[in-house]
Design a protein around this ligand. Structure first.
Ligand SMILES: NC(=O)c1ccc[n+]([C@@H]2O[C@H](COP(=O)([O-])OP(=O)(O)OC[C@H]3O[C@@H](n4cnc5c(N)ncnc54)[C@H](OP(=O)(O)O)[C@@H]3O)[C@@H](O)[C@H]2O)c1
Length: 121
């Protein structure tokens, strides 16, 4: 297996579970949340992942995983433009009307990004 570098945006239930398992099998894992890496010290100890800020989490990764409330993905557009051209995006975000309100899928991410949905419908 070729080891890869993963960036994960979101350090909640999904981000923590994925960071733990990816780290366990030897991948390099960076994680960012909205409040900054200084809030993720326990997360780093629990998962073995490195906490970084948003600009760094997309830098030089093979795979970027989105694990945030779907309504917040629109605010990540600028950061996501820093992704390497060959990187793929795995989107674990679910849509819940009670949480996410009204959003339009084509307003969320640049169409050119190679994106796959995971753990969700
Ligand atoms: N939980 C599940 O079993 C499950 C299963 C499948 C899919 N999903 C979907 O996966 C996504 C994440 O679920 P979760 O349960 O892990 O959520 P969660 O526990 O609420 O965690 C959300 C994470 O996203 C971060 N975040 C929010 N806005 C952000 C932003 N603008 N920039 C960077 N980080 C941001 C939060 O950081 P801060 O705390 O710093 O704001 C937090 O670390 C959701 O869309 C959910 O519907 C969840």
């Amino acid at each position: 297996m070729k080891l890869k570098t993963f960036g994960i945006i979101g350090a909640g239930l999904v981000g923590e579970a994925l960071a733990t398992q990816l780290n366990k099998v030897g991948h390099s894992v960076k994680v960012a949340n909205s409040r900054g890496p200084h809030t993720l010290q326990t997360f780093e100890m629990n998962t073995g992942a490195k906490a970084v800020d948003l600009s760094e989490v997309v830098s030089e990764v093979d795979v970027l995983i989105l694990a945030v409330p779907l309504k917040n993905v629109a605010g990540l557009r600028e950061a996501i433009f820093g992704l390497p051209a060959e990187a793929i995006v795995l989107d674990a975000c679910n849509y819940y009307a009670w949480r996410d309100g009204q959003i339009y899928v084509d307003q969320i991410l640049p169409a050119a990004i190679g994106m796959f949905r995971i753990f969700t419908i």
